[in-house]
Design a binder for this molecule. Structure first.
Ligand SMILES: [Zn+2]
Length: 433
């Protein structure tokens, strides 16, 4: 065997992992006391770099999404509002109706730079999807994205623009069937709603359900409608679920989704609020359990877009997404957190893992086994998909169930049509400067 052959084998074993990051992203601020802190992205990136993981990634700075990009899903008037609104609009009594209509409130406030924040998150997810669609990458990571609650013309649950729906629409231009997996503690309602009548997108959400937990959707009986019947899958847990029980459900469900749905690409929302000790969550997962879900999906070998999502205990969000970056680029990381600019966040132990708490697990093995079986039965009933997909990407609009009717022509935007994202740098080069 020649040296060249060896090299090819080596590259085959090393997947191409593209990572999207904008250095400005950590500077956005929802307001004092708000649990969503975009600053967590700075912690994540700092930890990724301090572990040396940037050497195993291609790092891209995203091109911001244009108005046209965002209105591929969102209503024109909603994006126009998000674009023009300022913190002053938020305070103005004359704008009350607009604010209510578009879901703007203390949970989803208008903060300085809101539109740019949304355009960056969406631009990264769309750009990543475009790379996967053109086979420029096998795995793409965008922890700045994952806003699964945003609706066509409504902000919800700290989410304004649904980068996930936009990314899936991009993938559908090239792939027959897209699987969406959501391991955030909250139900992925915005994505489910968008594709509720489609059999080309399966939405699979593992979440807490009951006790009026936000957003209140994601019941086991919500399985899709029309052509999409059976293609929305919901796994409801209750408080305190631990790694072994969670994985005992996750893995057989995934196995059966792969068997019956046969996805051609996967989008995974990795909300870190399902971890133990989250400020808003009430699950009891550790890094091992959460990360094992990511590893299991990585090992399907399908084109994969990994996104962020919730996560309100900042130090654990950084631990989680850094560890999962390591999993995705198949690089081992030490338990000791390397010294970095935000080292004090990892006090007092300065270790990577997240330990489970002593909270009560209100899930029972019997209930979870029953739930898993119910889902396997649902999947068996969807039969064999794939027949009749004549022209992939010909009219994506038919895929979105709540597709708006465009009354007016697009705004006369100076839209930058260039879909390519600009390769920013490898951190190594930056360090050499
Ligand atoms: Zn969440």
């Amino acid at each position: 065997m020649s040296a060249d052959t060896n090299r090819e084998v080596f590259f085959e074993l090393m997947p191409k992992v593209n990572y999207f990051y904008s250095p400005d992203f950590g500077g956005y601020y929802y307001g004092a006391g708000h649990p969503m802190r975009p600053f967590r992205m700075s912690l994540v990136h700092e930890l990724v770099v301090s572990y040396g993981l940037h050497r195993h990634l291609n790092i891209y700075e995203p091109r911001p999404a244009s108005v046209r990009d965002m209105t591929a899903f969102h209503a024109d008037e909603y994006i126009k509002f998000i674009r023009e609104a300022t913190p002053e609009t938020y305070q103005s009594p004359t704008c009350k109706d607009h604010l209510r209509r578009f879901g703007i409130n203390d949970e989803c406030p208008i903060f300085s730079g809101l539109y740019d924040f949304c355009a960056t998150a969406c631009g990264a997810s769309i750009g990543a999807a475009a790379q996967l669609a053109s086979k420029d990458a096998e795995i793409c990571i965008n922890f700045m994205g994952g806003y699964h609650h945003a609706k066509i013309s409504e902000a919800s649950g700290f989410c304004y623009c649904n980068d996930i729906v936009l990314a899936i629409l991009e993938l559908l231009k090239a792939y027959e069937r897209v699987l969406y997996i959501d391991i955030d503690i909250h139900h992925g309602d915005g994505v489910e709603e968008a594709f509720y009548t489609s059999d080309r997108v399966m939405t699979l959400s593992f979440h807490k359900y009951g006790d009026q937990f936000f957003p209140g959707t994601g019941a086991r009986d919500d399985i899709g409608r029309g052509d999409g019947r059976g293609f929305a899958v919901n796994f409801p847990f209750t408080d305190g679920v631990r790694d072994d029980m969670y994985l005992g459900c996750f893995k057989p469900v995934i196995d059966n989704v792969l068997k019956y749905f046969k996805p051609s690409a996967i989008v995974m929302q990795c909300g870190a609020d399902s971890l133990a000790n989250d400020r808003l969550g009430s699950f009891n997962l550790t890094l091992n359990g959460h990360g094992e879900c990511v590893r299991y999906i990585r090992d399907t070998g399908l084109p994969l877009l990994v996104l962020g999502g919730g996560g309100y205990t900042l130090r654990n969000v950084a631990r989680c997404w850094t560890y999962e970056t390591a999993v995705l680029c198949r690089h081992a990381v030490s338990e000791e957190i390397p010294f970095n600019r935000h080292y004090e966040y990892y006090s007092p132990h300065y270790l990577l893992n997240i330990l489970p708490t002593n909270m009560l697990d209100r899930n029972t093995a019997v209930e979870l086994t029953k739930e898993t079986q119910r889902i396997v039965d649902q999947l068996k009933r969807i039969g064999c998909p794939g027949a009749g997909y004549e022209s992939i990407g010909a009219d994506i609009s038919k895929t979105v169930s709540l597709w708006r009717l465009k009354g007016e022509e697009e705004e006369d935007e100076k839209v930058d049509e260039d879909q390519e994202t600009r390769k920013l740098h490898r951190k190594e080069e930056e360090e050499e400067e």
